[in-house]
Design a binder for this molecule. Structure first.
Ligand SMILES: NC(=O)c1ccc[n+]([C@@H]2O[C@H](COP(=O)([O-])OP(=O)(O)OC[C@H]3O[C@@H](n4cnc5c(N)ncnc54)[C@H](OP(=O)(O)O)[C@@H]3O)[C@@H](O)[C@H]2O)c1
Length: 285
């Protein structure tokens, strides 16, 4: 097995590399960033040349445009990286017979279902970011041959900026914080997501997956748990999304149901509290 990782400088890309190092799996790590081999997935010609030269048996696409609010104005770039570039990857993976893994988000759903979303449900994004990720899903399903489409939510790991890091940073600067109770989903630790990914790759188990840590919480509940872990002495208040008036709407209740993961590859994701505990253990190392 020879794996090409795109977007390897991101938080998931970094944890995949750590896992592959431990498992002795051969990989090529590429990204925009200098210290990685440069590969822009939005450039079909460059991508095609690279893939033809390296002939990976698996491509794992961790590259993404994740600036949810910025995408409201800058939607063309979001559509290119999260949408058209996924088609590029599908074309190139097909040409060398590689298994393609791509990640999407719970933000492809509108959050109005009233219960967790399964892999049967139909997306209906309410933001430009959600649209761009749904475009990537549609192009992958139209042009991909052997692929796994993995939807996840609230991704956090030690490798890049995320909600958990932001809470820690805000707590260092302020003794009063407010977090929303009306955005509900499941946090996902990159270490666990990387492990679920390799199980799917090992089985070459094509299909759509929902992969998040088990359990459900609001942004407020996740923040509260993180603040307790750092023994913050400030005052935490509840808020609603409308209090922040952010450019992009977020789905109110977009928990993903992991049905299909255990059934396909026998792996169950740990609970999110346990995942946050291990994240803090990792920070101490
Ligand atoms: N983060 C979340 O909360 C979340 C939630 C749901 C789903 N997901 C999905 O999970 C996957 C992994 O996310 P993540 O949080 O690990 O992402 P991340 O930390 O933002 O990393 C993405 C990486 O892709 C790079 N990149 C951007 N455009 C590129 C291009 N054209 N060619 C090559 N590399 C490019 C970025 O470089 P620059 O930094 O220089 O742009 C960055 O290093 C993504 O598909 C994401 O959409 C994430």
């Amino acid at each position: 097995m020879k794996i090409l990782i795109t977007g390897a400088a991101g938080q998931l890309g970094k944890d995949l590399q750590k896992l592959f190092d431990k498992m002795g799996i051969e990989y090529i790590a590429t990204d925009f960033v200098e210290r990685y081999e440069k590969l822009d997935i939005s450039n079909l010609k460059e991508l095609r040349e690279f893939v033809r030269k390296e002939r990976p048996s698996v491509i794992i696409n961790c590259a993404a445009y994740n600036a949810v609010d910025k995408a409201e104005q800058d939607w063309r770039n979001a559509y290119i990286i999260n949408g058209l570039a996924v088609r590029n990857l599908a074309i190139c993976a097909n040409e060398v017979g590689a298994f393609l893994v791509h990640y999407s988000t719970n933000y492809v759903f509108d959050g109005e279902k009233g219960e967790p979303y399964t892999i049967y449900d139909t997306p209906n994004p309410i933001s430009r970011y959600g649209e761009s990720k749904y475009l990537g899903e549609k192009l992958l399903q139209a042009f991909g041959e052997e692929y796994a489409l993995i939807r996840t939510s609230w991704v956090f790991g030690t490798g890049n900026t995320n909600f958990v890091y932001k809470i820690i940073q805000m707590a260092q600067k302020s003794d009063k914080l407010s977090l929303v109770t009306d955005e509900i989903a499941s946090p996902t630790y990159t270490v666990d997501l990387a492990f679920a990914t390799i199980r799917i790759v090992e089985e070459r188990a094509c299909g759509i997956y929902h992969v998040t840590n088990e359990g459900v919480c609001s942004r407020y509940e996740l923040g509260k748990y993180v603040l307790e872990k750092i023994a913050w002495k400030g005052q935490l208040e509840t808020a609603k999304q409308e209090d922040f008036n952010l450019p992009a709407k977020r789905p109110k209740h977009a928990k993903l149901d992991n049905f299909g993961l255990k059934e396909s590859v026998g792996f169950e994701m740990p609970d999110w509290h346990d995942a946050v505990d291990r994240f803090f253990d990792e920070l101490k190392r």
